[in-house]
Every structure is written in C-alpha cells, then in structure tokens.
Design a protein around this ligand. Structure first.
Ligand code: F6R
Length: 247
C-alpha cells in the first residue's frame, strides 16, 4: 500500500484535503457529481477544518458533492452530541454549501425492525449515485475500518454490528462513561468500502503497530484494514511516528 508520510497530522490533513478539493473541482469542470465517502472520529477533524477553510477563503464549492458516511452508533438520536450526524454537521456540513439532500448518514434512530431495509437502501443509494469516487478512512487500533471489527467478512455490506469492547473504550472519551457508549452500530461493509474508486486512509498518533500489520502483514479478516492491500487505488496518509514500524 503506498504511504505518504508527513511530519505532523496537520500537513497530512492538508494533503488529503487538497486531493479531495482537486477531485471536486475536476468533477465540477465536467458538470459531474462527486461522491465522497466520509469518516468521523478524531482523525479527520483537521482535514474537515481545512476543507471548510478552502470553502471560506478559496471559494471551494460543494454544490456538486454527494456524501455517504461510513457509520453511526445504534441506537442514537441525531441530535445527541455524540452522534455521527452531529459530528458531521459540527465539523463540516454546517460550514459549507452542500445541498442537505445530498448528505447520507446511516440512521441510528430507526426501530430495529426497520434496520435491514434501511441498510439495503443505503447500499442502493450508493449504487444509484454511481458509486463512491473517493472514500476517506481512519483506522481503529484493532484494525477496523468503518465499524468493521476483526472477523468481518470481505463480502460484508452495510449492516448492524456489535462494537468491540476496545472500540467502546477508545470512543468513551466522547461519552460520560463507558456504560453510555452504544453497544451496536450501523456500518458500511468491507465490500462496500472496497468498491470505492479511490481510498485515502489517514492515521496519526499511536497507531504504528496496527499500521505495520495492515501494510506489511498477511491479508486477514482478523485485521480488517489489511484487505486494503488488494485495492488498486488506495493510499495511506501517515504521520512520521505512525509510520515508524514500517520496514
Ligand atoms: C469513524 C470510523 C472509525 C474510525 C476509527 C479511528 O467513522 O469509521 O473506523 O476511523 O475508529 O477513530 P479515531 O480517528 O478517533 O482514532
């Protein structure tokens, strides 16, 4: 997997934002929509800040952009501070000129009996949009992408999953305590992610070990991100420290 390595997260974020902006503009010039797959969590925050800056200072427009988020807790109210719906509006959507009808985030508010149909519809909407042009990913310390925890099938699609305990611990900083972190989540599947035409995975901070395993280890469902070795247009954007275990 090709890796671009930067001295800090801010520079890596700028690099990723630049590529996204270039794709949006290229599509604009052809009169085409640009379909982006988006991630939440701490990793992409500075990249979203850079995109917002480009919108405000450089006139980057998101009018031709359609977005699909990777995941959402289940159950959760959209309005909850911790929901990925709130996260995306707080960090990106409230500050740009995207058409709100073009924003798609798995719905954590539905009753359980509606989930299966919702997940199938989510897959269909991605397909109807023409597929994801560029998918942004982070990575969990256990190698998850989206919320595809270890053991997720390479054939998996959008579905309801159980969060690993390690994921709940890692994400508990946003909640009052670990008991408040939802046990379930909706996530795009591994196959959904692999169908994206281009993938940028960003990682900063203390993730050197999982990055080395993902890039240089065996392709295994036990390290879900390792399947990215088989994607033909995937780049990892890393901070120096995070790349330190690569040979
Ligand atoms: C979030 C997502 C997750 C995170 C991962 C890393 O939408 O899909 O896979 O990217 O858990 O989280 P952070 O960035 O908080 O370290």
């Amino acid at each position: 997997i090709p890796c671009e390595i930067f001295s800090n997260a801010k520079e890596g974020s700028r690099y990723a934002a630049k590529e996204i902006a270039a794709l949006i503009k290229e599509k604009q010039s052809k009169g085409e929509k640009c379909v982006l797959g988006l991630a939440t969590g701490s990793t992409p925050i500075s990249m979203y800040a850079e995109l917002v800056r480009m919108h405000k200072e450089e006139g980057l427009s998101f009018r031709n952009v359609i977005t699909f988020n990777l995941d959402e807790y289940y159950p959760i109210d959209k309005d909850a501070y911790q929901s990925y719906w709130s996260f995306m509006h707080r960090h990106l959507f409230d500050h740009i000129d995207i058409d709100k009808a073009n924003i798609h985030i798995p719905n954590g508010e539905l009753p359980k009996e509606a989930i299966k149909a919702h997940c199938m519809e989510y897959e269909q909407m991605i397909e109807d949009a023409g597929g994801i042009d560029l998918q942004v990913l982070g990575i969990g310390n256990n190698g998850h992408i989206g919320f595809n925890e270890p053991g997720s099938s390479i054939f998996s699609k959008t579905r309801l999953i159980n969060l690993d305990n390690s994921t709940r611990v890692a994400n508990s900083r946003e909640f009052q305590n670990i008991a408040k972190v939802p046990r379930l989540a909706l996530t795009m599947g591994i196959s959904t992610i692999m169908k994206s035409k281009r993938i940028i995975l960003m990682a900063w901070g203390f993730k050197a070990q999982i990055i080395a395993k993902t890039v240089e280890g065996d392709v295994t469902e036990q390290v879900p991100a390792s399947i990215l070795q088989q994607h033909n247009n995937c780049t990892f954007v890393l901070e120096e420290n995070t790349a330190s275990e690569l040979t």
